[in-house]
Design a protein around this ligand. Structure first.
Ligand SMILES: Cc1ncc(COP(=O)(O)O)c(C=O)c1O
Length: 385
């Protein structure tokens, strides 16, 4: 018999934490919609006391996601932002975080407009150039926080190289792995200390619930985060835990199709005469294509491309029938967004310019519909420009 750790990814997705219910044999994990648990006497209970602290459906999801990322434990939260918030509340006033300069727009909003009011310091650098990382680390730096690929410019950072610097400097490396999912990228194996996701995206995969997770390499971090779940209470409800448990069973199968179609769509866009530039790590002209081949086992479904102007972007987006204009990603349906007015509006024109987000930039999350239908839809919409 293989040990749990030796099982393949798709097997772990379906079985880790998703063992049949011991009471009834039900093949799906039961949803425990309970706030509290009856105790047999003072201090005598079955391991559960109150659902903010722990809930059996949540336990199962946390076991599953820890197994997929190869961590010692996982902690789930009510959204990706709640997970990110929990991570930075592991720090203390006066601590400093070095961040990638091209993050999901909500992350710098939380850091700059909320957490900086509590004495945390954040600075932003281009982590795709490894030479920038070490000089940015100060005496009070406690974390390096990166997304790779970035949202929406699809730049990559070398996780093994950054983690080597972090280890030497005794700084934690935190990676937002939402775009790749653990199926294509395993930051803990490359030396990261914490890996987080908006489970709202590929892990759930069906656009029917928000959620967030932090997976830990060390027990002590898992304990701190469990304390933060209990202390601040931004936990995921049993029903939404169940939605992720259900969605994650098909993660491997979905990611294979996302990746296959993502490559086809990126190739199509790069040859389309109405498209001025395409940003996708799978394209040979991507600045970190060689790193992508080394660090990821697929290129995924996220592609950004340049239409030339906000007018062109709007004309195109209005004509789409299969692809939907919306502010999310990672679902079975193809979603298209306009970063300048949606996800990255909060950065302001100057902030967007620094990282190269133009008003004509469009980001697509390629779904698992028939790829020919996606291509036809994009083609007829692009012709309107
Ligand atoms: C890369 C990334 N991280 C974090 C988040 C935040 O997650 P949520 O919307 O679940 O709070 C998002 C949301 O789009 C995201 O794209």
């Amino acid at each position: 018999m293989k040990k749990a750790k030796e099982l393949g990814f798709a097997t772990r997705a379906i079985h880790a934490g998703q063992e049949p219910d011991p009471l009834t044999g039900a093949v799906t994990v039961p949803i425990y919609p309970t706030s509290t648990y009856v105790q047999q006497g003072i201090g005598e209970h079955k391991g559960y006391e109150y659902s903010r602290v722990s809930n059996p459906t949540r336990t199962r999801l946390e076991q599953n996601l820890a197994a997929l990322e190869g961590g010692v434990a996982a902690r789930v939260f009510s959204s990706g932002m709640a997970a990110i918030h929990a991570v930075v509340t592991m720090l203390k006033s006066g601590d400093h975080v070095v961040c990638g300069n091209d993050l999901y727009g909500g992350t710098p909003r939380l850091f700059n407009q909320v957490m900086s009011n509590f004495g945390l310091e954040f600075s932003y650098i281009d982590t795709s150039d490894i030479a920038n990382v070490e000089p940015a680390i100060r005496k009070n730096t406690r974390m390096v926080y990166v997304e790779t690929p970035t949202n929406p410019m699809m730049r990559l950072s070398d996780l093994a190289a950054i983690s080597a610097i972090c280890r030497r400097k005794k700084v934690a490396l935190v990676v937002d792995n939402t775009f790749m999912s653990p199926y294509f990228q395993q930051p803990l194996a490359l030396g990261a200390d914490l890996v987080l996701h908006s489970t709202t995206k590929f892990l759930n995969g069906h656009s029917d619930g928000l959620g967030g997770v932090v997976v830990c390499a060390k027990e002590e971090d898992a304990e701190k985060l469990a304390f933060l779940q209990k202390a601040s209470g931004a936990i995921l409800s049993p029903f939404e835990c169940w939605l992720v448990l259900r969605g994650v069973k098909t993660l491997a199968a979905r990611m294979e199709i996302h990746d296959r179609s993502g490559r086809i769509v990126a190739d199509f866009l790069s040859k389309h005469k109405k498209v001025k530039a395409v940003f996708y790590p799978g394209l040979a002209d991507h600045p970190e294509h060689a790193l992508a081949m080394r660090q990821m086992s697929g290129f995924g479904a996220m592609i950004s491309f340049e239409t030339g102007s906000v007018k062109n972007a709007n004309k195109m987006l209005k004509r789409l029938h299969i692809c939907s204009l919306g502010e999310s990603l990672g679902g079975v349906e193809t979603l298209i967004s306009h970063p300048a007015t949606l996800t990255h509006a909060g950065l302001g024109a100057k902030g967007r310019k620094t990282i190269g987000i133009t008003d004509g930039l469009v980001r697509i999350s390629v779904g698992i519909e028939d790829v020919d239908d996606i291509l036809d839809d994009l083609d007829q919409a692009l012709r309107a420009i």
